[in-house]
Design a protein around this ligand. Structure first.
Ligand SMILES: [Zn+2]
Length: 121
């Protein structure tokens, strides 16, 4: 069995959270997932733009185009608000009610912490 190379915190590929903080090694996989989800959000945005370019065509005349666009918006928001946002303040202490021991929080959870300087994610 081949061991994978250890990831250094100084590695330029080391994942960051939304605040630019390099995440600790045990959360790298989570924040790589964050990057994958962001790429998905951008793909949904591209799909939305492609749809909007077609929405005025005759073949869309029987379609609720506004509802389709709203659904794209909602899909993007659902993914964006739930993806890993930043490290939880409780580190390195035990379980906390916010992150429930995961040590990271979503954008929605971050807004619930009422930290200054951010009104949306
Ligand atoms: Zn926590």
């Amino acid at each position: 069995m081949e061991a994978s190379a250890p990831q250094s915190a100084f590695d330029s590929q080391a994942p960051h959270d939304a605040l630019g903080i390099i995440v600790p090694a045990h959360l790298e996989e989570i924040f790589r997932g964050r990057d994958m989800l962001w790429r998905l959000v951008h793909k949904v945005e591209m799909l939305q733009r492609q749809f909007q370019a077609l929405a005025d065509e005759e073949f869309c005349s029987e379609m609720d185009s506004q509802a389709v666009v709203q659904t794209f918006h909602r899909l993007r928001a659902l993914i964006r608000n739930g993806l890993p946002f930043t490290l939880c303040d409780c580190q390195p202490y035990g379980e906390c009610p916010l992150c429930k021991g995961k040590k990271w929080i979503s954008g929605t959870q971050y807004l619930q912490t009422s930290r200054p300087g951010l009104t949306s994610v």
